[in-house]
Ligand binder design. Structure first.
Ligand code: MV4
Length: 448
């Protein structure tokens, strides 16, 4: 079994801090990389070593495979943790690690490649017996094919880019007049955004909930799920609030969806942490939509209800350890909710905004966890994601978790920059949210 004594964290912000903390617990040395815009960032301070790899622009630093790999080789690291975003689902990066004999803390590059192509992922799931949404068998090559599919499944339909994912490059089509035009637009957009114009079509599920299952698997075929997360509270396809477990999944559904999630992972011999995303319709049918081959922003909600440290488990699996627990050992206790606090200006349609935090007070108390990289007098760089911190509240039940979140949001003080805290408070205290009456259109409804 390869020892892992030193890990390079190919990321920044709160997830880099989170990974460094897990490494410290495991007595693993840490190498941070940073851009010239991140000299004062917390992850640089906390790591054992810190190497500047380029300027603030991500392509010159956090996305610069050559500089990251040369830093990893020069520092003699045993492994690289990619976090989420940046290179975390870049199969070429994972391959380069394999070729440089540096452990990529995640799945193998083939799993990333296959799940990165949403059309291939869909086909693999379908043949493995995982429920998928009615739609095209593979790609749409011409308009005749498109019209034939839509005649079969009926409007509305959604056009999706194979290399899209996360809602990018999607078009919802409600009439035949729109179909040809939207297919052309979707293909052009996909070609420009992803360098690949391939698209596929699915029946559009109008009122849906976004429920995902956390998977953890070792390199010996032992695969467990760590239950579900509800991610329906989104704005512009950006998740705002996530919770574990989902309040819309019954016990029998949870059992069924968990089996499907494990089937999905085994279909591609998956190992490491991963997430199987489902859509649940109003008749409680669930369908596979995507599999994410990385640790996700919302992983702390699962950690809080299962007591399992997902980052430490990823590192153990990467060094060849077997899972030390079976599916029967994994139990959910209580309920956890996460609110993402972003540097966004509500008065300017929540556009990301930068600036210096002149005053900061982070909430605390029983069941309250804050994952963040910010500190008082920290200046937010303009180059990166606007997320400042995640407030995660655990309670014995959903009501207690909501109550604690409300208290935490009211206690939070961030001055000097604008944030989305007020909107988060509105959602958390909304009667429909408290009753669990939510869907992916919830935020748009309350924003009006
Ligand atoms: C869908 C859908 C409804 N019907 N597919 C795709 C990316 C994933 N993260 C969310 N996606 C969706 N796929 C079908 N056939 C609804 C979503 C969806 C969504 C889509 C657009 C904007 C925001 C969304 C939030 C949650 C789910």
């Amino acid at each position: 079994m390869p020892r892992i004594n030193r890990i390079l964290i190919a990321n920044r912000g709160e997830i880099a801090v989170r990974i460094i903390r897990a490494c410290k617990e495991m007595n693993i040395e840490t190498v941070a990389i940073f851009s010239t815009a991140d000299r004062e960032s917390l992850h640089v301070e906390l790591a054992d070593y810190a190497i500047c790899v380029g300027s603030g622009s991500p392509k010159d630093s956090y996305l610069n495979l050559g500089r990251i790999m040369s830093t990893a080789v020069t520092l003699g690291v045993d492994a690289i943790h990619p976090g989420y975003g940046f290179l975390s689902e870049n199969s070429r990066f994972a391959k380069m690690c394999e070729e440089c004999k540096i452990i990529f803390i995640g799945p193998d590059s083939d799993a990333i490649l296959n799940m990165g192509n949403k059309s291939i992922a869909r086909a693999l799931m379908k043949e493995s017996g995982v429920p998928v949404i009615p739609g095209s068998d593979g790609l749409i090559h011409d308009m005749d094919e498109a019209f034939a599919i839509v005649d079969k499944i009926g409007y509305p339909v959604i056009i999706k880019a194979s290399m899209g994912g996360g809602g990018k490059g999607m078009r919802i089509v409600s009439t035949p007049e729109e179909l040809e035009r939207f297919i052309t637009q979707a293909k052009n957009e996909a070609q420009n955004a992803f360098g690949d114009s391939s698209i596929y079509i699915e029946k559009y599920i109008t009122e849906s909930r976004h429920v995902e299952f956390q998977i953890l698997a070792d390199q010996f075929g032992n695969t467990v799920h760590l239950f579900d997360r509800e991610c329906s509270i989104q704005r512009n396809n950006q998740k705002m609030i996530e919770e574990a477990p989902s309040s819309c999944v019954s016990e029998e559904m949870r059992e069924q969806m968990g089996k499907s999630a494990i089937l999905a992972a085994k279909a591609i011999n998956y190992f490491s942490a991963g997430t199987v995303e489902f859509l649940v319709d109003n008749d409680n049918n669930y369908y596979f939509i995507e599999m994410n081959t990385r640790i996700q922003v919302e992983h702390p909600t699962t950690e809080m209800v299962t007591g399992i440290d997902l980052i430490k488990e990823q590192i153990k699996v990467a060094r060849g350890d077997k899972l030390t627990f079976t599916q029967d050992d994994v139990k959910i206790r209580g309920h956890a909710i996460e609110c993402r606090i972003n540097a966004e200006d509500p008065a300017n349609n929540f556009a990301p905004c930068a600036g210096t935090i002149t005053k900061l007070h982070l909430p605390g108390g029983n069941g309250i966890r804050i994952d963040t990289h910010i500190y008082q007098n920290y200046t937010i760089p303009v180059f990166y994601d606007s997320m400042l911190c995640k407030i995660i509240c655990w309670g014995n039940d959903r009501d207690e978790a909501i109550g604690r979140m409300n208290t935490a949001l009211n206690e939070l003080v961030i001055e000097g920059i604008k944030t989305n805290t007020t909107l988060q408070k509105r959602i958390i205290s909304h009667p429909d949210f408290r009753k669990g009456h939510i869907s992916t259109s919830f935020v748009n409804k309350i924003l009006g």
